[in-house]
Design a protein around this ligand. Structure first.
Ligand code: PHE
Ligand code: FE
Length: 294
């Protein structure tokens, strides 16, 4: 799930959904074509990702036995995941209200769409489908440190609502859980679900000279806007999952929210003198897109 209202989500669960918005996955209801779509996507990413993605992600795929053919059955997947980190995966019909999303994370439940994209949507769709949600997000939940980060994030999200600061935490989610990069053994690797589930961004985020790549700083991220419909202009890089957890868990965000009220938002391509810049982007890709839109 992305932490963003792509469409305004309804405030009460639709018919057939539980009070917490979950629905049965109805695994036996998937068609052969839907399972085949999963296999196609899975194979394409598995060919591309080794060497580019965080070792922790590959390990998660392995210990969760995700290379098994066909759309994963959430019951079976949850059984393995619960044994490893206490997390489980449940299906939802679509986007859910922020508070429910946060509450699920705080309870170590990852909610995922049950539908899969059609062949026409293979390279782009706006709403997160089961491939994004499960292939993208679930492997890292098999890692105890990342699993703790996601739970802490859910608790922090619920807390942010009291400060009217949901958008700040949404940015943190965006630039870590969805579009994060990590330095492993001195090399940049992918870990964000939005990247690893995307064939083209898996290449762009790592190789293209266009985007900035800068070290993660929580306060800085919470000031930074993001684009939901194109490649990122800036990626934030963590040193380790331990460091990400420490930076977020040991910082009380309440004073940061207060302080940020008097500071301006940063555009998606801005670099600050205080940034630790790993790659200064050319922004050539973004410029070419602007030209196309004008
Ligand atoms: N420490 C944050 C707070 O005080 C909570 C949080 C933890 C947020 C982990 C995100 C990730 O609100
Ligand atoms: Fe997501």
């Amino acid at each position: 799930m992305p932490m963003v209202d792509i469409k305004q989500s309804p405030q009460t669960p639709p018919a057939g959904a539980a009070a917490d918005w979950t629905i049965p996955q109805d695994w036996s209801g998937y068609t052969p074509a839907e399972h085949a779509m999963w296999d196609t996507l899975f194979e394409r990413q598995s060919r591309l990702l080794p060497g580019r993605v965080s070792a922790t992600f590959l390990n998660g795929l392995d210990v969760l036995r995700m290379s098994k053919s066909g759309i994963p059955d959430f019951e079976e997947l949850s059984e393995r995941l619960t044994r490893l980190t206490g997390w489980k995966v449940l299906a939802v019909p679509g986007l859910v209200p922020d508070e429910d999303f946060f509450r699920h994370l705080a309870n170590r439940t990852f909610i995922a769409g049950r539908f899969i994209r059609t062949p026409e949507q293979i390279d782009y769709l706006q709403e997160p489908d089961i491939f994004h949600d499960v292939f993208g997000h679930v492997p890292l939940l098999a890692n105890p440190v990342f699993a703790d980060y996601m739970q802490a994030y859910g608790e922090g999200g619920l807390r942010s609502l009291k400060f009217g600061a949901m958008h700040r935490l949404a940015r943190l989610y965006w630039y870590t859980v969805e579009f994060g990069l990590i330095r492993e053994a001195g090399e940049l690797k992918l870990y964000g679900a939005g990247i690893v589930s995307s064939f083209s961004e898996s290449k762009f985020a790592l190789d293209d000279p266009s985007p900035n790549r800068i070290a993660l700083d929580v306060k800085r991220v919470m000031r930074t806007r993001y684009k939901i419909d194109d490649y990122q202009q800036t990626y934030f890089v963590i040193d380790s999952y331990e460091d990400l957890l420490k930076q977020t868990l040991e910082t009380d965000f309440a004073p940061l929210y207060a302080e940020l009220e008097s500071s301006q938002d940063l555009e998606t391509d801005v670099l600050l003198p205080t940034d630790t810049v790993l790659n200064r982007g050319t922004q050539a890709y973004a410029a070419s897109r602007k030209g196309a839109a004008a």
